[in-house]
Design a protein around this ligand. Structure first.
Ligand SMILES: [Cu+2]
Length: 149
């Protein structure tokens, strides 16, 4: 009986780190126009979620700049297309675009930027997309984001 209780207690302690929600993620981008992740699941127990974007390449942001933009999947193409004309000084995001849930600034090689957003902005069952809105990048540099069920 004693041994059984001890094992149960040990197991519950061991499983604690797995239960603690991870509410931040680093996404790396490269000179080869890639993100290192294609799918992000946001734990619904997170109040806020932070994405840190890094750029492990060497090219300047005017040539191979990247940002991380989050929208509903259905809004991705329009937001990316309209963001393109906003220009680099607006981080290729149309000012005041309320379809944009979160975005970082555009960074170049060796740089990084972070963005934190309220998880309450995400709805269960909705399909979200993240992408880079630098001209010509959004079709390749993209992935899905969902709220955990
Ligand atoms: Cu990019």
């Amino acid at each position: 009986m004693l041994a059984k209780v001890t094992i149960a207690a040990l197991l519950s302690v061991m499983s604690l780190p797995a239960l603690a929600a991870n509410c931040e993620l680093t996404v790396d981008s490269t000179d080869a126009m890639q993100f290192n992740t294609k799918e992000i699941i946001v734990d619904k127990t997170c109040e806020k979620f932070t994405v840190k974007l890094t750029h492990s390449g060497k090219l300047a942001k005017a040539a191979m700049g990247h940002n991380w933009v989050l929208t509903k999947a259905a809004d991705k193409q329009a937001v990316a297309t309209e963001g393109m004309t906003a220009g680099l000084d607006k981080d290729y995001v149309k000012p005041g675009d309320d379809r944009v849930i979160a975005h970082t600034k555009v960074i170049g090689g060796g740089e990084s930027d972070s963005v934190t957003f309220d998880v309450s902005k995400l709805a269960a069952g909705e399909n979200y997309a993240f992408f880079c809105s630098f001209p010509g990048h959004w079709a390749i540099m993209t992935g899905t984001l969902k709220l955990s069920s």
